[in-house]
Design a protein around this ligand. Structure first.
Ligand SMILES: C[S@@+](CC[C@H](N)C(=O)[O-])C[C@H]1O[C@@H](n2cnc3c(N)ncnc32)[C@H](O)[C@@H]1O
Length: 284
């Protein structure tokens, strides 16, 4: 995927336990928006590729007959399965520990495939082609992520904002200036330009939708620490035996930024690109 970087199974190792607590949720209207956009009526099948702890698959489960979450990280899959049990949706949710590149893995045909902030970690050309074959004609590939553009103003927040820039600096002091990713580094970050990849695979579109964020939520020091340990570039294992020392530094920084240990954050908007599988002419 990225020149000079190779995927390995430690990419998200140790992050699953921190994920649901640490990551800001997608915009609250996401499931309703997708139900409307895709005309979901509880009958189709969803495959959520790179499902992590099942955030999307479980949010969308009421809209499908069956949801299948796929992820190579064993702890993510365990967390998704545990949460599905807690929500009483074990009957219609299935979790499969494989890389997207190993699909279709006999999982059958799907109405919708979602990729929530996961496609950039994959061999995108290959996964796009596999997903095309797994979707029913008339099905949709849905790319979902936090909206990166637009400013999330700290103005008017009732509590101090989470000191994002200072946290980033601290991580760099501990792990070096170049972004870490599994056993490798990503000097130029993950790739963008997935539109060209998906168009080449035969998908039509995309239709773009923005589900509005901006809602203010409260975050504790523990939430923010979990957020840092939920990221691939500051995953717990990257700190090795000095993880507790890093965490102590991080907690000090957060206490300095908010004596009460409480912060305000605004939810980002969620950006959705819907790609259609109509028909593809592969030529003679
Ligand atoms: C940022 S998390 C997103 C989790 C979830 N989709 C969400 O929206 O909250 C990225 C996920 O992609 C998974 N992932 C990374 N490389 C993958 C691959 N080659 N195939 C499938 N999943 C992969 C990771 O294990 C991780 O759980």
């Amino acid at each position: 995927m990225v020149a000079g970087w190779e995927w390995d199974e430690t990419l998200f190792a140790g992050t699953a336990a921190h994920y649901r607590r640490g990551r800001l949720p997608y915009a609250p209207g996401l499931a309703d928006a997708l139900a409307g956009i895709l005309g979901l009526d509880g009958h189709g099948r969803l495959v959520d590729v790179g499902c992590g702890p099942g955030i999307l698959a479980l949010a969308l489960a009421p809209l499908f007959r069956e949801v299948v979450g796929v992820d190579p990280d064993a702890e993510m899959i365990a967390e998704a399965r545990r949460e599905a049990g807690a929500r009483g949706v074990t009957g219609k949710a299935r979790w499969v520990r494989i890389r997207a590149e190993e699909l279709p893995a006999g999982l059958g045909r799907f109405t919708v495939a979602t990729f929530g902030q996961s496609f950039h970690w994959m061999d995108r050309e290959r996964v796009a082609a596999i997903t095309w074959d797994m979707l029913e004609t008339g099905g949709a590939l849905v790319h979902i992520s936090d909206l990166k553009t637009g400013t999330l103003t700290a103005e008017g927040l009732p509590l101090p904002a989470v000191p994002g820039a200072a946290i980033e600096e601290l991580v760099k002091r501990w792990l070096g200036p170049v972004r870490r990713a599994g056993r490798g580094v990503l000097p130029r970050g993950t790739p963008d330009g997935e539109a060209a990849v998906l168009a080449r695979a035969g998908f039509s579109g995309p239709r773009r939708h923005v589900v509005p964020g901006g809602q203010v939520i409260e975050r504790t020091v523990d939430d923010v620490v979990a957020g840092v340990f939920s990221m691939s570039f500051s995953a717990p294992r990257l700190f090795g035996t000095r993880r507790a020392d890093f965490e102590a530094d991080l907690r000090r920084l957060l206490r300095d930024a908010s004596a009460s240990g409480r912060f305000s954050a605004r939810l980002p908007s969620t950006e959705v690109f819907v790609w259609g599988k109509d028909t593809r002419y592969d030529g003679p």
